[in-house]
Design a binder for this molecule. Structure first.
Ligand code: FES
Length: 104
């Protein structure tokens, strides 16, 4: 798995999300408190809306379109209308940078 340097930790506010793209694929990287970071697919599984516009709180992202919610730690759908999980990717902070491991 290639490790991708996404951005500086301080580029993401606490309890916020930022989008990044690799080729044709969009991802979302989240920061909770401190160095607690996560990465998921960037598009909602309901209607392919960008989750970067979503609301993030308590390890949950709420889609901006129909308010479906996902657990950002597991990708699990938490409330209708979403019923398909997001894929998650390992994320960590190293020397103040957010590092995500993506499939080849
Ligand atoms: S597009 Fe995300 S809940 Fe409908």
């Amino acid at each position: 798995m290639p490790a991708i340097d996404v951005c500086a930790l301080e580029d993401i506010e606490e309890e916020d999300v930022r989008r990044f793209d690799r080729g044709e694929t969009t991802f979302a990287v989240y920061r909770m408190l401190g160095e607690d970071v996560y990465c998921t697919d960037g598009l909602c599984t309901h209607e392919q809306v960008h989750l970067e516009e979503g609301l993030v709180m308590d390890h949950v992202v709420e889609c901006p379109k129909h308010n479906g919610r996902f657990d950002i730690r597991t990708g699990a759908p938490l409330s209708a209308p979403v019923c398909v999980a997001l894929t998650t990717y390992p994320a960590r902070v190293e020397a103040g940078r957010v590092i995500v491991e993506l499939p080849e």
